[in-house]
Design a protein around this ligand. Structure first.
Ligand code: AMP
Ligand code: ZN
Length: 112
């Protein structure tokens, strides 16, 4: 499958892994939209939230269960925003579900 995030997970495209569990990795976004911009990427390929079933919901839950640790590892104590873009209206460009972590500065009140 020609998926950039699957290639990063397989090590076919180099990216420094900042945090990792059995279910997901956290990397730096190559194009920062904030001072700190990370991506949380499930290791299992799926594109959209409407595909979430029991198994995938556990992956999402495990991400949430690790947020305390991730905040500390990435020094996000002052706050951050989690964003999941879905399809064209949200500007999703990589069709492998991922969460953006935006932080490292006071973020705009708007979501645009
Ligand atoms: P989205 O627009 O929500 O699909 O987000 C995809 C994100 O992946 C964008 O913010 C890109 O900058 C980021 N991205 C694309 N290729 C890479 C890569 N090789 N390493 C890190 N981030 C990437
Ligand atoms: Zn993928």
């Amino acid at each position: 499958m020609d998926c950039i995030f699957c290639k990063i997970i397989k090590g076919e495209i180099k990216s420094e892994i900042l945090y990792e569990t059995n279910d997901f990795i956290v990397i730096n976004d190559i194009s920062h939209m904030a001072n700190k911009h990370y991506l949380i990427i499930p290791k299992k390929h799926f594109a959209y939230l409407n595909e979430v079933d029991e198994e995938k919901s556990k992956i999402i839950a495990n991400i949430m269960l690790n947020m305390n640790d991730i905040e500390k590892a990435l020094k996000l104590e002052e706050g951050y925003r989690l964003v999941i873009n879905q399809r064209s209206n949200a500007g999703q460009t990589v069709n492998h579900l991922h969460m953006h972590i935006l932080g490292g500065e006071k973020l705009s009140d708007k979501f645009n």
